[in-house]
Design a binder for this molecule. Structure first.
Ligand SMILES: [Zn+2]
Length: 191
């Protein structure tokens, strides 16, 4: 609603753009919007579906950053959405999540089949790494993420990873230039 105290900062029928580089502030009513859904895979726009807490009008929210040195941008934009468009956006996110979930389950099943003969011989810690990496898919994870999941210190985690790489269970999936950086280098199960 155009006169709603919860969302009147967003002009009808136009959206609202806040340029953060010019120190323009997001209006208080827009800051109070409720987040209904976040884009399942950050591939395009809009990033987020929000809703006015007073009149239940929906808004697509987008945030664009461009570090172009001549024309840098850092903008937030809200645009009104009909309930039909809001529902279609939510359904598309559900479909994306379902595809991702199926792909991850297929990867885990393939990993367990491929290494079925070896798994019973792994230590508890090695098995914890295997199970975690089986759940995250072909992108793998960083040593930092792995050590948090297996509840061990960095040096012990690195030794376990090295042993699994040696046995060819794991492979490095990140560029060689990332080596030595525990927050960037990634390992995945070799399927
Ligand atoms: Zn409203």
């Amino acid at each position: 609603m155009a006169d709603c105290p919860g969302c009147r900062s967003v002009p009808v029928p136009y959206g609202l753009t806040v340029d953060h580089l010019t120190a323009e502030q997001t209006p208080a009513d827009v800051r109070a919007f409720i987040v209904v859904g976040v884009e399942a895979e950050p591939r395009g726009f809009p990033d987020q579906l929000e809703r006015c807490p007073v009149c239940a009008t929906h808004f697509f929210y987008e945030h664009r950053i461009d570090n172009d040195i001549f024309q840098p941008t850092d903008e937030s934009r809200w645009e009104r959405a009909t309930p039909e468009r809001a529902r279609a956006w939510l359904a598309a996110q559900d479909a994306t999540l379902e595809r991702t979930r199926k792909a991850l389950l297929a990867f885990a099943a393939k990993a367990r089949r491929r290494w079925a003969a070896v798994l019973p011989g792994l230590s508890d810690e090695q098995r914890a790494i295997f199970d975690f990496l089986a759940s995250v898919g072909s992108d793998g994870a960083t040593p930092q993420a792995i050590e948090l999941r297996i509840c061990l210190p960095s040096d012990a985690t690195d030794r376990l990873i090295a042993a699994l790489v040696e046995r060819k269970l794991l492979r490095e999936t990140s560029p060689k230039s990332y080596r030595g950086s525990r927050g960037l280098v990634r390992f995945a199960i070799d399927v």
